[in-house]
Design a protein around this ligand. Structure first.
Ligand SMILES: [Fe+2]
Length: 409
């Protein structure tokens, strides 16, 4: 049975703390894009950026019998940069379009996914979102990743996800075998639920071999010294985000992400008359940035999608420089955009993936303290985006924020 405690003030108790909603987002957990050519995209993100495939999903099985094989590659891929089962997912757009013909064609974001702190937060959040008349596409639990979730949709039809309990990949690099998923969920569960430990013990007792999951693989020779460890490329993605999107109505989008999901507005920037908003989930300056749609053409970006960019944080400044050089040598094209549009970040650049999606590479993210105030603009480091120095001075929050756990490989 689900037990949702309400505080006397009408607010919700989240672990005994009075909160305005029955969940609190802790971080951007993962992100996804629909790709026209998912095979080329997989090569780019796996071989060149160092993500590893932890699972795949055959979307073709959901097509009508007569449609199978008509829309190209039918498999979606779950990718990870650390121990989370996935931090980035790519799915075949032609198949997804066929499965959801009514979906907004400008939406190529597959999901913007936020971690909350408990299963109770997912379940109570689901009930609260429903009560708040937010559109929910589905809820329950997906086998690749093991996480429980609910999927609310923003005013521009971008699918968000709140989740608890994503599977962790251990030292042997195997994801959980499909046979280990012995329960199936098409809705949020009754609470309390048994632990993952209990589920795994059940699977082991039933004879499931833990080494029948998907194993990690490194496609490049490990010849690059990164912080004293030999890796396949001279950098390491240590964090994902921010996500940047173009929205029809900035105020309406703000109401969804601030008032419904509970993200905090860190800063607003008006650039050439366009109001741009930067929201955070935790101590990072922003994990999500909202830009008005009218800005897209001014920046010369593709009109086919309201997706702007996905950020990948490098372990340090040296790795950022190395990444740019390594990817350029591999023929990857880059784009530099006005620094004013990215407050809280200093040196950065945008790599274009095989279908023109912008991937923002950076190493520094300003951290926000207890008072919720960003660094005043005049106290921010002065950078020359055209001339990256050999090394940079330390700020009070250099190398701080969300910490990458485990070995770099
Ligand atoms: Fe997800």
């Amino acid at each position: 049975m689900s037990e949702q405690k309400t505080a006397p003030t009408g607010s919700f108790l989240v672990g005994g703390i009075e909160m305005p909603r029955p969940f609190r987002i802790r971080r951007l957990g993962h992100f996804g894009l629909d790709m026209q050519d998912v095979v080329a995209a997989k090569d780019f993100y796996e071989r060149l950026l160092g993500f590893r495939v932890s699972d795949h999903l055959n979307l073709g099985a959901r097509l009508k019998e007569e449609d199978r094989g008509k829309f190209g590659h039918e498999t979606g891929y779950f990718l990870r940069h650390g121990t989370d089962h996935h931090s980035f997912v790519i799915f075949p757009r032609p198949v997804r379009r066929q499965l959801m013909p009514q979906a907004n064609p400008s939406v190529t974001v597959n999901q913007i996914t936020w971690q909350v702190g408990s299963l109770r937060e997912v379940v109570a959040g689901h009930d609260w979102l429903k009560h708040s008349q937010v559109r929910i596409t589905r809820s329950g639990r997906d086998n690749p990743g093991s996480n429980w979730h609910v999927y609310p949709v923003d005013p521009d039809a971008n699918v968000n996800e709140l989740y608890y309990g994503i599977e962790q990949i251990g030292w042997d690099g195997f994801s959980k075998p499909a046979d280990m998923h012995r329960r199936h969920y098409m809705n949020v569960p009754e609470l309390p639920h048994c632990s993952e430990y209990h589920e795994v013990q059940e699977g082991l007792k039933a004879g499931v071999d833990p080494r029948t999951g998907i194993a990690q693989s490194e496609r490049l020779p490990e010849i690059h010294d990164v912080g004293g460890v030999l890796l396949g490329r001279p950098f390491k993605v240590t964090k994902i985000g921010p996500v940047r999107i173009f929205v029809q109505d900035v105020e309406q989008a703000l109401q969804f992400y601030r008032d419904i999901l509970g993200l905090s507005l860190t800063e607003e920037v008006v650039w050439n008359g366009h109001r741009c908003l930067f929201l955070r989930a935790n101590t990072e300056h922003h994990s999500l940035a909202l830009y008005p749609l009218a800005l897209r053409s001014q920046l010369g970006l593709r009109p086919e999608t309201n997706f702007f960019s996905f950020g990948l944080q490098m372990g340090d400044y040296q790795q950022l420089r190395n990444a740019r050089g390594f990817l350029q040598a591999e023929g990857v094209r880059f784009l530099d955009l006005p620094a004013e549009l990215f407050p809280g970040i200093d040196y950065n650049t945008f790599a274009l993936d095989p279908e023109g999606n912008l991937i923002q590479l950076y190493y520094y993210m300003e951290q926000i303290g207890w008072d919720g105030k960003p660094r005043p603009a005049h106290m921010r480091p002065k950078i020359d985006p055209k001339n990256w120095p050999d090394h940079v001075p330390a700020y009070s929050d250099s190398l701080l924020g969300e910490v990458y756990l485990g070995p770099l490989n």
